[in-house]
Ligand binder design. Structure first.
Ligand code: NAP
Length: 442
């Protein structure tokens, strides 16, 4: 029986493992550097998006298969090299995503008060490597979120959401406590282009207008004169514009209630390109842009200052290279053709490290299946040369690599549910790596 290694236990990796095992009958080992599976479903999807996070239950089913093993807390690149993996398995599929942030390249960007959204998301989801932003939230009233994508919308929403609603999530206790003590009153969402160019989706956008005690402000002059023309046939854009037009008309009211001076605010600043951040002056300087006839934007030479105790840069995720694999550093992906890595045999990619950080979770299923089909076409022509699964575990043991298997994950899962129950919550994420490993190995 052929044996395949999958590197990355996020949605792309698990969908790949599912297809490799159920359709092709291969044995699959899914490695992850973290002690727990699920990648961005656990450490990316906002904790208050319960239905999206519940994809985890479906993904869990894959690990119940006797053909699929989880090997968490194993870092490919340090604990095991890519060359070793290639020699141990019949094929390897890399699905390790895009974990880094993209830089803006503006003065003042590197400052303790200027945070990549990727890091902020890690913190509120309880990623073991996250920095702690609790103190910043306790001392900041005005926050700027740069970017008009769904991550910017997630970050904005969570910054002003009521603590009662946040308590229903599985955020770690220290994060919940920080949101409870947060001084944030006003979130400025800054985009370099117009409402019709935003990449957020309507469901996510609409939620901002449904938050209790939150006023949404946008300048009606930023909305295009004709939504149908501006949307260029995109239904999402058309629906987004409809939502924003309603907001611009129903100023001062949200969720059916009349807002007062104590209301929190979300304010959109479209056509505003960040130029510099001054953390001492607590301001972000933006250049006002204007729309050209060809639907692009250009600078007007007019500058504005937006108050900012913190700037959260939500301008996209970025894939990182892995030693032994080729890398396209313009696109930040592993170069491939039909899922097969360029220049290497029996090596494949799927997910964000293949196509870049775009799409919803379901996009990864189609993407992973396509790559698996490519792999299967090549593999079915050969006899297995893989080493035994037991032998792989023995090598890991001999190297002192404390891997977490699926039974270990089940123990962590039970511990998180028990921790939540102790505080009347459905679940509480455990964020300390050592604790996760200790429970996983117990
Ligand atoms: P994204 O949708 O690509 O948005 C990135 C934003 O950053 C865009 O508004 C972009 O503006 C802006 N940007 C890039 N460079 C900039 C610069 N130098 N200056 C100013 N703005 C800049 O990425 P994302 O929000 O990180 O989301 C990643 C993927 O995850 C997306 O596919 C998203 O839909 C998905 N996601 C989905 C959900 C959900 O379904 N609920 C939640 C979170 C994430 P331009 O357009 O002008 O380049």
């Amino acid at each position: 029986m052929s044996r395949v290694a999958v590197v990355g236990a996020g949605p792309a990796g698990i969908y790949a493992a599912e297809h490799l095992s159920t359709v092709h009958g291969y044995q699959v080992d899914v490695f992850d550097a973290l002690p727990v599976p699920f990648g961005l479903v656990r450490y990316g999807v906002a904790p208050d998006h319960f239905s999206i996070r519940s994809v985890r239950d479906k993904l869990t089913d894959t690990f119940e298969s006797p053909l699929v093993r989880f090997r968490g807390n194993v870092h490919i690149g340090t604990d095991v090299s890519t060359a070793e993996l290639a020699s141990w398995y019949d094929a390897v599929m890399y699905t390790y995503g895009a974990s880094a942030d993209r830089a803006l390249g503006i003065p003042g960007e590197v400052s303790p008060a200027s945070i990549p959204a990727t890091e902020f998301v890690k913190w509120y989801t309880g990623h073991p490597d996250a920095q702690d932003f609790g103190e910043l939230l306790r001392t900041s009233e005005q926050v700027i979120v740069i970017g008009l994508g769904n991550v910017a919308v997630d970050v904005t929403r969570l910054l002003v959401k009521s603590i009662v609603e946040l308590r229903a999530t599985d955020m770690p206790d220290h994060v919940l406590d920080s949101f409870e003590k947060s001084a944030v009153r006003h979130v400025h969402v800054v985009g370099r282009r117009g409402p019709q160019h935003a990449t957020f989706t309507t469901k996510e956008l609409k939620e901002l207008g449904e938050l209790e005690g939150v006023e949404v402000i946008l300048d009606p002059r930023d909305l295009p004169a004709d939504d149908a023309i501006a949307s260029s046939g995109s239904k999402v854009v058309e629906r987004n514009l409809k939502v924003m037009r309603q907001w611009s008309q129903g100023h001062g009211e949200s969720h059916g209630e009349v807002l007062n001076a104590s209301s929190k605010k979300i304010e959109f600043h479209f056509y505003s390109t960040p130029q510099s951040f001054d953390s001492k002056q607590r301001s972000l300087i933006v250049e006002r842009m204007q729309l050209s006839s060809d639907n692009t934007v250009m600078g007007t030479g007019t500058y504005e200052s937006i108050p900012a105790d913190i700037v959260i840069r939500s301008v996209g995720y970025r894939g990182l290279p892995l030693e032994g694999l080729p890398f396209n550093d313009r696109m930040n992906v592993i170069p491939s053709h039909e899922g097969k890595v360029e220049g290497l045999s029996e090596t494949y990619v799927a997910g964000w490290i293949k196509r870049g950080p775009s799409g919803i979770i379901g996009t990864n299923k189609k993407d992973a299946v396509a790559s698996v089909e490519s792999l299967a076409t090549d593999l079915n022509e050969r006899h297995s040369v893989a080493i035994d699964s037991q032998e792989i575990d023995e090598i890991l043991h001999a190297r002192g690599v404390k891997y977490i298997d699926f039974e270990g994950w089940k123990r962590i899962n039970a511990a998180e549910i028990a921790l939540g129950a102790s505080k009347d919550r459905a679940r509480t994420t455990i964020h300390e790596r050592e604790k996760l490993i200790e429970i996983g190995l117990s």
